[in-house]
Design a protein around this ligand. Sequence first.
Ligand code: DLZ
Length: 158
Amino acid sequence: MATALHNLSDYDFKSIPDASNMCFGIVVAEWNPEITGALLNGAVSTLERHGALPENIHVKTVPGSFELIYGAHQMTLNGSFDAIIVLGSVIKGETPHFDYICQGVTAGIARLNTTSEIPIIYGLLTTNDLQQAKDRSGGRLGNKGDECAIDAIKMAKF
Ligand code: DLZ
C-alpha cells in the first residue's frame, strides 16, 4: 500500500513572510499612467505594510511595457535586490500590436526568470479595454500591484 510522503498540513499556504530585511526593485511602464500609477501605489503600499522599508524599494520607470524586459534585466545585474516586480498595462487596440507586445513581454520576463538569480514577478495587465484595466488596478477586482507585492515577498527568500 502506498504511503503518503507529504501531508497538506506540512505546508503553509497562507502566511506572508516579514519583508523588513528585503530589498525590492520595481520597473513600471509609463504607458496608461492612470493604471500603472495605481499598480505602483498598490505594490509599494503592500510591500511597506508587510515591513519593507521605503529605502529598500527602488522604482524605475520605462516608456512602455516592452521595455520592462530591459529594465528588469538591468535590475538583475544590480545584485542588491531580493525580487523584482514589473508593472505594465497593455490595452487592446485595433491592430495586432497588442498581441506582439503581450507575447514579447511575457516571453521576455519568463526567460529572465530562468536566467537570473532572483525572481521577477509579472505584473502586466493585458485587457480588452480601459475599464477592465481599472477594475484590476484598485477597482472592483482588486489591485494586481498588491498581488505582485505579496508574490515578491513570498519568492524573495525562496
Ligand atoms: C506602442 C505601444 C502600444 C500601441 N500600446 C501600448 C500599451 O497599451 N501599453 C504599453 O505599455 N505600451 C504600449 N506601447 C509601447 C510599447 O510597449 C513600447 O514602448 C514601444 O513599442 C517601444 O519599444
